[in-house]
Design a protein around this ligand. Structure first.
Ligand SMILES: Cc1ncc(COP(=O)(O)O)c(C=O)c1O
Length: 403
């Protein structure tokens, strides 16, 4: 049996809506994209949503709208995908990398404080100037278990930072400070801008796509403007309004989402909670059936989180195994279990090492933790036989490689 790492759940509703768009004659951003924006904003509890062609585009528009400039710094977790930091570089600004919590892999705010102090004391790599003004923070909810956004906001307020939330993994998800506090959805007032991904293997997908949500009208207007070349009127508006004319107000980008993609998105959004519940049920079964293996540590249960369960990462107890992560991952592949690694941290990539001088010892938790992580397959259409194959293979390999 071959279990892929991910298989998208595309239903007849998505297919029929795409066919409808294709037959309508209007393929680029238009009425379906507008509908997707409205329904998405309502689903996450925000007032404004801007649909774009990737989460990377959403993150870029967010930091641009917040006026990020060359010569400024932004706190970015080292434990993230390329996109979170590269958009800071698009603006000529500098990501100041922050270590992670050893269990959730989310940004460690204690280390964020330490990094700010070390920056001011000239103790970070010399490419980071000590007088670099730090203007923002970009938390990432790794795998779908949210950071405590109350702590993030408190930290940001104390340091006078804006917050752009990388919620690529986090639809739908929610958090609360404790059992007595109300639940807050990711995107519901949680940051200045919250950015989602609809990449092929995300919790909802449009193939490629993304959304920026905010309650700030000015930021939304700027992101909308910059998402389409900085034009005063988009094509749908010109078509409906019967006038061809527009003005270029700013040198924008080409980030708009098509109606073809939005047609998939509106139906994926409707099924988002059902798909989350299906992933949670598979995650709970994994956790039950792998609980007795001393060779692996399972993802934590987070009592005050509604987990999106985008990922199910296990952490290897390397001193109880005779092989390293890569060998075990390869054995899983050979046995027909697709897996992934989230992630090689940014500071261990050539660009961030060579350009800024980051070394493994600057971010010790991420340096240690990424070497022992493997993400198992987790998608709503997984069959019982597929799930059993994953569990059986992990159990067999743990026994085979036990030390
Ligand atoms: C944490 C995180 N941020 C951003 C992105 C970028 O998303 P997109 O491919 O939609 O640009 C990803 C994609 O995997 C991600 O995992």
């Amino acid at each position: 049996m071959n279990v892929p790492f991910f298989r998208a759940a595309i239903g007849d509703d998505e297919i029929n809506e795409v066919v409808g768009v294709l037959k309508s004659g209007w393929l680029t951003s238009g009425p379906v994209t507008k509908r997707f924006e409205t329904e998405f904003a309502a689903a996450v509890g925000a007032t404004q949503a801007v649909a774009v062609n990737s989460c990377t585009a959403a993150l870029h528009l967010a930091v641009e709208a917040l006026k990020l400039k060359a010569g400024q710094g932004v706190l970015v977790p080292t434990m993230t995908f390329a996109a979170t930091a590269e958009v800071v570089r698009y603006c000529g600004a500098v990501p100041i990398l922050v270590d992670c919590d050893p269990v959730t892999l989310n940004i460690d705010l204690h280390d964020a404080r330490v990094k700010l102090q070390q920056l001011r004391d000239g103790k970070l790599p010399t490419a980071l100037r000590r007088d670099l003004p730090v203007v923002g923070i970009m938390p990432v909810h790794v795998g779908g278990a949210m950071c405590d956004m109350g702590d993030v906001r408190e930290f940001a307020a104390a340091e006078k930072l804006w917050v752009v939330e990388d919620a690529a993994h986090t639809l739908p998800a929610a958090w609360r400070a404790d059992a007595a506090s109300p639940w807050q959805r990711c995107g519901e007032n949680s940051a200045d801008v919250t950015c989602y991904s609809f990449y092929a293997n995300k919790t909802i997908t449009t193939g490629e796509g993304g959304m920026a949500v905010t309650d700030n009208r000015e930021l939304a207007d700027r992101m909308r403007l910059m998402s389409l070349h900085g034009l005063s009127r988009d094509a749908w508006d010109r078509y409906r309004g019967g006038s061809w004319d527009y003005r270029i107000i700013a040198p924008g980008f080409k980030y708009n989402l098509t109606d073809v993609a939005a047609a998939v998105g509106v139906h994926q959004l409707r099924r988002a909670e059902a798909m989350r519940a299906a992933r949670q049920s598979i995650a709970e079964t994994y956790s039950h059936e792998l609980a007795d293996l001393p060779q692996i540590q399972l993802p934590p249960t987070c009592p005050n989180r509604l987990h999106s369960w985008h990922l199910y990462p296990i952490a290897l107890e390397l001193d109880r195994l005779s092989v390293d992560r890569n060998t075990l991952k390869q054995s899983l592949t050979d046995a027909g279990v697709g897996t992934s690694v989230h992630w090689r941290p940014l500071h261990l990539h050539d660009y961030y090492r060579d350009e800024f001088g980051w070394q493994p010892e600057h971010l010790p938790t991420a340096t240690r933790e990424w070497e022992r992580r493997i993400s198992l397959p987790l998608f709503p259409s997984m069959t019982a036989a597929e799930r059993e194959h994953v569990v059986g293979t992990v159990r067999k390999l743990c026994r085979q490689y036990a030390k």
